[in-house]
Design a protein around this ligand. Structure first.
Ligand code: GDP
Ligand code: IMO
Ligand code: MG
Length: 428
């Protein structure tokens, strides 16, 4: 069997949580492979709403195993809070939630360093979620990090103290940062008890055995491809590989194990935090998208920047990920728009381009748009592709033919069941 992948093709918040939750019933295992509590994946079903940060979005489905892979960074405090919020609904979570021993731990001091380095950047700040993600991945690649499996080792306290000492040394460079380490440390150590009570596994053996046993596995991405550490709008990115290749490192599987790559894009585009966003609309249309789409961060509550869908950007991330099918979410947000736009090209350095420039953070880009007639109809309740208004179908067809990837699903609302399934292979 192969591992299918679901990931975001823009700057995050594409609706990954909703789609993973919907599709999870077709799988035996859902696995997160990167990121950490910077993620906020929203699930809505039976009138209830949950936001997951570390736990995979398959947790609400009976009998389904949820693995937090080695590529994820875990803050035990957040994880404990998350478990507390879902406990009454998911019941048997201890049998179904597994944690890789090789996943790295976010320490309280990682969060302080995140805050310190962000404030030091001044106007250049990334707009980090301040969850300690960057400093934790830095310690991982710097070979100083603490891993989940270390908790059980006899020299764990020694390792912890040595890393804390290093962090306190760094923090001395930022005297303006105020923190109460004692109180946070107490919480952190208490939450380690919760982590210890979970099943930890050698994730790479676990997942490869599952593949051999014919289990169906879905890998759930966090963030979006434009936040990828290598290919995103660097330095305004996160600190992990968010693209499909991250599945191999983040779970310990070979590239040949990857099956379908399901890329998610909103019918428009958003970004939270700083950095380039060529199609951003800093006008009343942008405000309307934010209002209609409820575009406020699921993790930090910050207003998301909004703009039109950006086809050169999507073509880029489809290429990087090897996307085999596209999911378009939040199409209902455009219900009342008389005209819908999509950027087809970029104008920069005096010429038209289909590629993103290397210096995307500094080169002024003027997007060139094509316009579509809006459908001015409520799409709620539509389950069949054929029942979508012809203009909405034309919009989807235009995306398919421009991007050369079939659209397999169109999401028409935040609820689990609000989804139009479309037969794929209908490229025009
Ligand atoms: P994720 O990080 O990719 O899982 O996305 P978020 O949960 O951060 O943000 C997506 C937001 O849009 C959440 O509030 C979802 O409940 C909501 N959502 C998902 N799909 C749809 C949709 O098709 N229509 C509308 N209106 N909202 C949606
Ligand atoms: P999900 O999984 C949207 C953004 C932050 C910031 C940058 C770096 O819900 O799609 P970090 O905390 O990683 O140091 O922040 O990345 N960011 C996200 N934006 N959705 C997310 O996750 C994000 N995770 C990080 O806003 O600009
Ligand atoms: Mg999110």
């Amino acid at each position: 069997m192969a591992i299918d992948v679901i990931l975001g093709l823009q700057w995050g918040d594409e609706g990954k949580g909703k789609i993973v939750d919907y599709l999870a019933n077709n799988y035996d295992i859902v696995a997160r492979f990167q990121g950490g509590p910077n993620a906020g994946h929203t699930l809505k079903f039976d009138g209830q709403k949950f936001v997951l940060h570390t736990i995979p979005s398959g947790i609400f489905r009976e009998n389904l195993i949820n693995l937090i892979g080695n590529g994820v960074v875990i803050d035990p405090i957040t994880l404990e809070k998350e478990i507390h919020k879902i406990k009454s609904v998911v019941g048997d979570y201890k049998e179904r939630l597994l944690v890789s021993k090789k996943a790295h731990l976010i320490l309280p001091t990682h969060r302080y360093i995140d805050a310190a380095t962000e404030s030091f950047k001044g106007k250049e700040k990334i707009g980090s979620t301040l969850k300690g993600i960057g400093p934790t991945y830095m310690d991982k690649t710097g070979r100083n990090g603490l891993r989940v499996g270390d908790i059980m080792l006899p020299n764990f306290m020694e390792k912890y103290e040595s890393l804390r000492a290093k962090h306190l040394g760094i923090l001395k460079l930022y005297p303006e940062i105020d923190f109460n380490l004692k109180a946070e440390e107490e919480k952190w150590f208490n939450s380690l008890e919760n982590l210890k009570s979970l099943q930890t596994v050698d994730g790479e053996y676990y997942i490869n055995q599952a593949l051999k046993d014919g289990k169906r596995i879905l890998a759930e991405g966090a963030q979006g491809s434009m936040l990828d550490i290598d290919f995103g709008t660097y330095p305004f990115v996160t600190s992990s590989n968010t693209i499909s290749s991250g599945v191999c490192n983040g779970l310990g599987v070979a590239p040949s194990a990857i099956g379908e790559v399901i890329g998610i894009s909103k019918a428009y585009c958003t970004r939270v935090g700083s950095g380039p966003f060529p199609t951003e609309l800093e006008d009343e249309i942008g405000d309307l998208l934010r209002e209609k789409g409820g575009e406020f961060g699921a993790t930090t509550g910050r207003p998301r920047r909004c703009g039109w869908i950006d086809l050169p950007q999507l073509a880029y991330t489809i290429m990087l990920n090897g996307v085999t099918q596209l999911v378009i979410t939040k199409i209902d947000v455009l219900n009342e728009f008389e005209t819908i736009k999509a950027a087809t090209h970029y104008e920069y350095e005096g010429a038209l381009h289909e590629q993103l420039p290397y210096d995307i953070c500094n080169i002024p880009i003027k997007p060139v748009y094509t316009s579509f007639k809006g459908w001015s109809t409520d799409l709620e309740g539509i389950a069949e592709y054929e029942d979508l208004p012809p203009v909405a179908q034309s919009y989807i067809k235009a995306l398919e033919s421009h991007l050369n990837v079939p659209v397999s699903m169109i999401s028409t609302g935040p609820e689990r069941k609000k989804l139009v399934l479309k037969e794929i292979g209908v490229l025009n």
